[in-house]
Design a protein around this ligand. Sequence first.
Ligand SMILES: Nc1ncnc2c1ncn2[C@@H]1O[C@H](COP(=O)(O)OP(=O)(O)O)[C@@H](O)[C@H]1O
Ligand SMILES: [Mg+2]
Length: 424
Amino acid sequence: MNIMIMGSGGREYSMGRMLSQEHRVEQLYFAPGNGATSSLGENVAIDDYEALADFARNKDIDLTIVGPEAPLVDGVVDIFKARGLHIFGPSKAAARLEGSKVYMKNFLAKYDIPTARYMETDHIDEAFAFIRTLPTPVVVKADGLCAGKGVIIAQSHDEAKQAVSQMLSGKSFGDAGKKVVIEEFLDGYELSMFAICDGKDYILLPAAQDHKRLLDNDEGPNTGGMGAYAPTPLVNDAIYEKVKTRIIRPTLEGMQAEGTPFEGVLFIGLMVVEGEPITLEFNVRFGDPECEVLMPLMKSPVSELFYKAATGDLSNLHVEFKKQYGVGVVMASRDYPYSSTEPAEIIVDEIVHEEVSEHAHIAYAGVREEDGTLYATGGRVLVCVGLGNSINEARERAYMLCGQVHFAGKKIRTDIAYQALAEA
Ligand SMILES: Nc1ncnc2c1ncn2[C@@H]1O[C@H](COP(=O)(O)OP(=O)(O)O)[C@@H](O)[C@H]1O
Ligand SMILES: [Mg+2]
């Protein structure tokens, strides 16, 4: 089977890493990939979707997997499908679950799926009136894609009003902020759940937890994610059951009823409040770095899972996961998340501990390759992933590996998985 992965981050590297180990996978392509994916397969420098579809046809690519949200929201899946090509991801219409928070919230309300009480509007007076009815903090969200920066947790009504004014005037996020969602603040703990969907059926992956803030103890600015682990002991069978019956099932049925069945990765951002899972948001692709810890936990072939999902054939598939834990620690560059950092050579020590060489690995993200040397190119550079029979063991291995990877300005959080360890 020939497979192409769209995207260039650690998420795409981690999928490619698993696929490259499967016998049935012959050739792997990354579009555009990064400086390390070129050692797993071939990087393809085509960004036009039509041209990429031509490439897929010419190279007999059996399956294309879309990593990031932007091409999905742009409709890359529709373009590939119109040519009879298999592609794993939601259609443009279904990708609105992530592309528009207004669409997503209205969908949740229509199908009675638990979510925070809200209003959506493009009218400042309406917005202000609703804000006055809510206790503080108040959550204000821009409608469109904002690369994780479009949500303001306002500590006062004044701050909420200011955020709304800035968004509606187009000052903070341009067109993405021309409509807003205002909602009540939910006080609980956050989880990420991922359902691989084929439109009708789904396979639920082990629940993960991300760490969005830059600094230990969840302090500092928001980032794309500084580390993740799975499965999290913060989920029990009762919560899984509620997520399946109250959120995933009605979402798949609702999307079918809307005439836009959901195929691809349904990423459910959850807040658990007093044991009740409440939907914060949907994304329509894997989380990064959650993907980097979930992929290596897969025991069944990843190619089969994605291929069957892309061809509407999940109903009889049985997927097994390793009875292990994964912990991923992101190594970011010096100026992340504020600005870019000048390239720095990456040096990985000779790994002599079997503990690390056998049970830990690197998922590369922001890297460039030049004459056999890898350079950190800014942002989130790589993820050190450890596997183990306990969260503690996986975590120790991930951090041991972190100690053996070097580049100028490297920055990590030292407390990944702390909520799970506090639980133990
Ligand atoms: N209603 C809410 N109550 C409490 N925290 C929230 C709420 N909505 C969002 N958040 C916080 O803001 C973060 C970003 O919001 P989210 O809806 O996931 O948007 P995005 O990921 O598109 O920025 C969440 O991960 C969560 O920490
Ligand atoms: Mg989110």
